[in-house]
Ligand binder design. Structure first.
Ligand code: SF4
Length: 102
């Protein structure tokens, strides 16, 4: 590739990157179990560590990756959940808003 064409190509790629914004490169941070919303809903990054005495709806096998609200793809280690805007939940996590995926 000649240098002029290479220069133009790089320029267009960097322009596209600027339009995409930093979100395109940085994955959203994980939800902290101590975040107010997470604490209120009993979110844990490991479903087996849920407070079973407090949350009677908890059942073995429930996890974010089989919850209706989980927006990650099957097999993803984490993904967005609308209850924790701008953050990621662990696919193995759990909270009291769990709703079994249909
Ligand atoms: Fe996980 Fe579902 Fe709770 Fe979101 S609502 S944190 S996906 S269990």
């Amino acid at each position: 590739m000649n240098s002029r064409r290479h220069f133009i190509r790089c320029l267009s790629l960097s322009g596209a990157a600027m339009l995409a914004g930093p979100e395109a490169f940085a994955q959203a941070p994980m939800v902290d179990e101590k975040d107010p919303t997470a604490a209120a809903l009993g979110y844990v990054s490991d479903a087996s560590k849920a407070d079973k005495a407090k949350y009677k709806t908890w059942a073995a096998g429930q996890a974010c990756n089989n919850c209706q609200l989980f927006q990650g793809k099957p097999g993803d280690a984490s993904g967005p959940c609308p209850l924790y805007a701008g953050k990621q939940v662990s696919s193995k996590g759990w909270c009291s808003a769990y709703a079994k995926k249909a």
